[in-house]
Design a protein around this ligand. Sequence first.
Ligand code: PLP
Length: 430
Amino acid sequence: MQPSRPVRKPRSKTFMNQPKTYYFDNNATTRVAPEVVEAMVPFLSEFWGNPSSAYFFGNQVSNHVEKAREEVAALINADPKEVIFTSCGTESNNSAIHSAIVTSGKRHVITTAVEHSANINYGEYLRKQGYQVTFLPVEPDGSLDLHLLQQSIRPDTAIVSVMLANNETGVVFPIQEIAAFCREKGVLCHTDAVQVPGKIKLDVKALGVDFLSLSAHKLHAPKGIGMLYVKRRTKYQPLVIGGHQERGKRGGTENVASIIGFGRAARLVMDHLEDENTRVRGLRDRLEKTVLSTIPNTYRNGGKEYRLPNTTNMAFEFVEAEAVLLLLDQLGICASSGSACTTGSLDPSHVLTAMGLTPMRARGSVRFSLGIYNTDEDVDYLLKHLPPIIQKLRSISPLNPEHPDNDAYDIDAARVKHEQDLAEALSEKN
Ligand code: PLP
């Protein structure tokens, strides 16, 4: 039976009077920027008309939506006509793959074993519908074998969908090269760039992709608004069919206030690109270096170089990440053990497992993802509290060779047995 997830006690009962939060989970979602809220409010209070309405009250809203489209297009160096607003990154990913298989009539899709569940579970769904889906494996540092990717492209391949940066490890994939292989073979190429805006400069023309997904809540805009870039002249079949909104490419009345927020946030993150790559990168590097050099038996997951500047994922041997997160949470520190979309499952991360981490090391892994609102004091606070938490948990861990009682029995055998038990429990479940 799947063990149930521990229930975390709220630190404060009142919503308004929140204690200070030390937020290290910017890959899960980001704080909505005050500038973004300010830009949105008039579209909730005054300009609430339907952008499709022909009269002036609707028409002026439509003009603002088009302005926001221009701002989002500028973020990725696209033409505004190539931008379709969707409800989220998941919808954008699903839509790109759906469109490719419907318009090409081909039945094979290539993606990777380390994608967000938006692709993994959609791929599993397609398999059940009789499509063939290749989930490419990754190397121990989280990178892709491009030769294998090239070999996997077949005459019946409709689309290759590879993320631009991994949400758990921050590892960046060489999409420009992948898109070039795809072009050579006449196969469509999609990239999930949800984690990228504001961290790496985005340029769809330089990348050479046919489709690219974004989600506004990763760049200081609200949840529930996303975007799909569809390169001009690419055949497109909508997933959400309805009214003529988004030039007939996505039915449903526009989420106007959120679109306005998305546009404002696009400008904000372009302005902060330098800060992410200098100050935020420096905070991440200081955090990672200090943890790895002062807490023994701790490892970085994923390659060091080709990585988002804000993300570090570290394995703490002999502890369970869930216990670490629980104790951090009691101190107001937010971090995570994988994608927020898989929270609730105690299975080790599919990303870390695909990189070949043992279930035990994967279950002891924690992701810290920083952002423009993090400060030196935040990192100091985390660095003050994390080592004693790891030490405390290790002092009671039966798997820790330094535990005082562990002379009494064969610790290596106990660890091997624990790994086997975890692996068996997983295979029974699957
Ligand atoms: N792709 C990646 C890489 C993500 O990190 C996420 C969200 O965590 C998504 C897709 C899904 O985005 P959304 O939450 O907007 O559906």
